[in-house]
Design a protein around this ligand. Structure first.
Ligand SMILES: C[S@@+](CC[C@H](N)C(=O)[O-])C[C@H]1O[C@@H](n2cnc3c(N)ncnc32)[C@H](O)[C@@H]1O
Length: 350
């Protein structure tokens, strides 16, 4: 055996364990309010931060040490203070923006808490149902993409489809498939004051949260339905349908796509957003690919398999995505030239 290779790989394992611990400490920073308390960037001592937040001094001190070791915070040894660089605060304490990364800190611990159940499924088959995931996962989904939907969906992504943008501006109908907590539907309602939007999702927790947010926003042009596409009224046809971070999760992707196609208005378009993953495993051998295979095992794939679905997985890739759309009878299927590090976008017309 090559001893250097063993040493290098040991460092890889420590690095990855460090990443898992850093995300766990990120969870604590978010839940305790410590990131927010430090977002002004001012140097602060551990006792002063603990006084400011009302949190237990020894926990605050150890968290500051750990986040400094991970490179998330800076420490001035002589002054005995800690600070959050503005560039880190841009990602750590910027909830509601399209650059906030806090959703990942909720996602990591929540997904890993399912490890025993996923291990059981390796032996017995099946999987972990969506409903088994805790509230942190629902919140993580909201935080991971909600800011991008609010700030990019109408102003950038839909500008790639000018005729759809115009129809929605004039009062068109939109369908949000697998709407989750409803942030796509609500972003559409805000950007297109004449449009009517229907969102549906089988998860009752997500729909309850979506309805609550819509009520708080005071919008009556969004209808949230708890259920599957078969539960929609047969009549309305839609100018725009969106499947955001959802196609790869479905238990019946082919049948759902065929049904969506039958509900498209002439000239309407379906936009599909999928995690940015390549078709070849070799091209996914990088940090984002690792994150996405983890998301797949601990959530996307297992919840589809739990329902008897195909378990397409988070890294389904563009080839499989476009072939699913073509097989469902959509024409003019193509990838949209939308810049995003984490997602890719497709359009399909009935
Ligand atoms: C990763 S979440 C994305 C939610 C939302 N589109 C977003 O981007 O925030 C995937 C969603 O698909 C939903 N889902 C699963 N199976 C479905 C089905 N057969 N029809 C519609 N939605 C489904 C899940 O309940 C979940 O809310």
């Amino acid at each position: 055996m090559d001893k250097d290779r063993i040493g290098t790989f040991a460092n890889t394992v420590y690095r990855d364990m460090a990443g898992a611990m850093a995300i766990g400490m990120g969870y604590l920073g978010l839940k305790s309010g410590l990131f927010d308390a430090m977002k002004d960037g001012a140097p602060v001592s551990a006792p002063d931060l603990s006084k400011k937040t009302g949190l237990t001094p020894r926990y605050v001190e150890e968290w500051l040490n750990g986040m400094t070791a991970a490179g998330w915070l800076e420490h001035d040894e002589a002054a005995g203070t800690f600070s959050m660089p503005a560039e880190h605060g841009f990602l750590l304490a910027s909830e509601g923006t399209d650059h906030y990364m806090g959703g990942l800190f909720l996602a990591g611990p929540s997904l890993l808490s399912q490890a025993p159940e996923v291990a059981r499924a390796f032996r017995e088959g099946g999987g972990v149902h969506f409903g088994a995931f805790d509230d942190d996962w629902i919140e993580a989904l909201d935080l991971m993409n909600g800011g991008a939907y609010r700030h990019r969906l109408a102003s950038y992504w839909l500008k790639q489809l000018p005729e759809i943008d115009q129809r929605l501006a004039e009062g068109g109908k939109a369908l949000d498939i697998g709407c989750g907590v409803g942030k796509v539907s609500l972003a559409l309602a805000e950007a297109y004051p004449n449009a009517h939007i229907t969102g549906f999702d089988p998860d009752s927790n997500s729909i309850a949260r979506a309805r609550k947010t819509a009520a708080e926003a005071g919008t009556d042009r969004v209808t949230f339905i708890e259920g599957l596409i078969a539960d929609l009224e047969p009549d309305p046809v839609f100018d725009f349908a969106g499947m955001f971070d959802c196609l790869h999760d479905l238990a019946e992707p082919e049948a759902t796509l065929v049904e969506i196609r039958s509900r498209m208005a002439p000239g309407g378009a379906l936009m599909v957003m999928e995690p940015r993953a390549a078709d070849r495993l070799a091209d996914n051998a990088n940090p984002l690919g690792t994150v996405y295979y983890g998301f797949s095992l601990f959530h996307c794939m297992t919840q589809s398999l739990a329902q008897g679905g195909p378990g397409l997985g988070t890294c389904m890739g563009p080839e499989k995505t476009t072939s699913l759309l073509r097989d469902a009878g959509f024409s003019e299927v193509s990838e949209l030239p939308i810049k995003s590090q984490t997602n890719m976008f497709f359009v399909a017309r009935a």
